[in-house]
Write a protein that binds this ligand. Structure first.
Ligand code: T4K
Length: 409
C-alpha cells in the first residue's frame, strides 16, 4: 500500500525544496521502516488460545511453535528465541566461556559492543571494508594477539561478511566466531542461510526488523551441547527444581511475542518481494547521481532488503550527508544516519587504544556519509520516486540548501 495519498500530488522538478520555502514532499512522516502487522483474525485466534491455556511464558507452546517454524523457514538445525537481540548476544558470548579480547566493528548498533563489555570481555575495534561496510578481515588478522579469544563480525544492513576469510582467520588463531546477524533474516549466500555461520549467530527480532516479534531475538547454533547451554542460560541456568547450572539470566520470549512472530512469519516473504521492487526503483533513479554510492553486494547473495543506504560524498554531491539528512527531514522524509556515531566514539569505549579514528579510517568515513532511506512495504513506487526526486532536486540547488540548513542550525 503506497502512502502517496498523504503527499502532495503536484511535486515537479521545478518545485522548491521545503528548506527553500516550498511545500514538503509528504504531509506526514515517511519512516525508514514500519513493522509488519500480523493478520488480525489469525492473531486473535492465537491470543484466545494463549489466554485459554493460562500459559503466558517459560518455554510455552507458541515459543516452541515459533522455534520450529523458524528452523524450517531458515533451514537451520536449531534456533533458540530470546527476549531481544541484545540479550541473545550476551547469552551467545557467555555460552562460549570466553575470556580476553574480542575483535569487532565500530560500524554497528551499540548493542554489539555492549554485549561484549557486559560479559567482562574487552572490545577491540577493527576497521571495515569501504565498499561492503563489513569487518576488514586483513585488519582483524593484524589486530589478533595472544589475548584475542573471539571475533564478533556484523553482517551490516544484511550484507554477508567475508565468511570464508573469517573462518580461515578463526581456524588459524583458534578463535570463536559469534556473528551479529541482527539484519540478516532470510539472507542466503550460494543458497545457504547466512544466519548459520560461525560458532553462533544472533538475530534481532525487534519491531524495526524485517521479521519481528515486537521485541525478540534468536541464537542459531549447530552444536547440540551449545544449544542446551543457551536454553539454560536464557532461563537463569535452571536445569531442574533441584539444580541451577551457570550464571544465567532471564532471556525468555513470552507467548504473546511468539504469537506476533508466527503471524509476521506468514507475511515476511511478501514483504521481501515488495521491498525488492522498491530497491530496484531506488537504484534506477539514484545510481548515476554524482556523489552517491551504494553498498557493494556479491551476486551470490540472496538479499532480504532490510535496509537501503546511500553513501554521500560531500565534494561530489554538493552537500554533506548531514545537510541532506536535515533537508530530507524538512520534506517529512525521516531518513536515518545508521551507524553514527561509531561505537568507538561512545564515551564508554573512546579511550580504548583500538578506538582511535586513525585506526578506523573507513568506518570513520562511512559513519559521516551513510544515509538510510525509507524502505518497507507500506510505501509504494510513487513514494520512492518522490523521495528520489527530492534527493536530486536538493542536489540541483545544493549551495542554497547548504546555506539554508547552516543558517537555521
Ligand atoms: N545488533 C545490531 C547490528 C542491531 O542493529 C541491533 C538493533 C542489535 C544488535 C540489537 O537488537 P535488539 O536488542 O534491538 O533486538 C532501532 C532498533 O531499536 C534496534 O533494534 C535496531 N538494531 C536499530 C538499527 O534500530 P532506533 O533507536 O533507531 O529505533 P527507532 O525507535 O528510532 O525506530 C526507527 C523507525 O522505525 C522509527 O522512526 C519509526 C519506525 N518504527 C519503530 C518502532 C519501534 C515504527 O514504525 N514502529 C515501531 O514500533 O533503533
Amino acid at each position: 500500500m503506497a502512502i502517496g495519498g498523504n503527499s502532495n500530488s503536484n511535486v515537479t522538478r521545478s518545485a522548491a525544496p521545503a528548506v527553500l520555502g516550498g511545500r514538503a514532499a509528504f504531509s506526514e512522516p515517511v519512516y525508514i521502516t514500519r513493522p509488519l502487522i500480523p493478520e488480525e483474525a489469525e492473531f486473535q485466534a492465537r491470543l484466545r488460545a494463549i489466554f485459554a491455556s493460562h500459559w503466558l511464558t517459560n518455554d510455552g507452546p507458541m515459543v516452541r511453535a515459533l522455534e520450529a517454524a523458524l528452523q524450517t523457514q531458515l533451514g537451520v538445525a536449531h534456533c533458540k528465541v530470546l527476549c531481544n537481540g541484545t540479550t541473545a548476544l550476551q547469552v551467545a558470548l557467555r555460552a562460549l566461556d570466553l575470556e580476553g579480547e574480542v575483535i569487532t566493528t565500530p560500524f554497528t548498533f551499540p548493542a554489539t559492543v555492549h554485549a561484549i563489555e557486559w560479559n567482562g570481555l574487552t572490545p577491540v575495534f577493527c576497521d571495515v571494508d569501504p565498499e561492503t561496510y563489513n569487518l576488514d578481515v586483513a585488519h582483524a588478522a593484524a589486530l589478533a594477539g595472544a589475548a584475542t579469544c573471539a571475533l564478533v563480525p556484523v553482517h551490516v544492513f544484511g550484507n554477508p561478511c567475508d565468511g570464508a576469510g573469517i573462518a580461515a582467520l578463526a581456524a588459524r588463531r583458534g578463535l570463536k566466531v559469534v556473528y551479529d546477524a541482527a539484519h540478516v533474516y532470510g539472507v542466503e549466500q550460494d543458497g545457504e542461510a547466512v544466519c548459520q555461520w560461525g560458532d553462533l549467530s544472533v538475530l534481532s527480532f525487534h519491531a524495526t526488523k524485517l521479521f519481528h516479534t515486537c521485541e525478540g531475538g534468536a541464537i542459531i547454533a549447530a552444536e547440540p551441547g551449545l544449544v542446551e547451554r543457551i536454553a539454560l542460560l536464557r532461563n537463569f541456568g535452571i536445569v531442574s527444581h533441584a539444580e541451577v547450572r551457570g550464571v544465567g539470566l532471564n532471556g525468555k520470549l513470552s507467548e504473546l511475542h511468539a504469537a506476533v512472530g508466527l503471524g509476521v512469519l506468514a507475511a515476511v516473504d511478501g514483504e521481501i518481494r515488495a521491498r525488492a521492487q522498491l530497491v530496484g526503483r531506488y537504484r534506477e533513479l539514484l545510481e548515476d547521481v554524482p556523489g552517491l554510492r551504494m553498498q557493494k553486494w556479491s551476486p551470490a547473495t540472496k538479499r532480504n532488503h532490510a535496509y537501503f543506504t546511500l553513501e554521500v560524498d560531500e565534494r561530489e554531491f554538493g552537500m554533506s550527508r548531514d545537510v541532506l539528512h536535515d533537508a530530507l527531514r524538512a520534506e517529512n522524509i525521516f531518513v536515518r544516519r545508521y551507524f553514527h556515531p561509531l561505537c568507538s566514539e561512545n564515551e564508554s569505549y573512546r579511550n580504548l587504544a583500538s578506538a582511535r579514528p586513525q585506526n578506523l579510517p573507513n568506518a570513520t568515513r562511512l559513519a559521516r556519509r551513510i544515509l538510510c532511506l525509507p524502505l518497507h512495504g507500506g510505501i509504494g513506487l510513487a513514494d520512492v520516486e518522490r523521495i528520489a526526486e527530492r534527493v536530486t532536486l536538493l542536489q540541483s540547488r545544493a549551495p542554497e540548501v547548504r546555506r539554508a540548513i547552516e543558517t537555521s542550525a
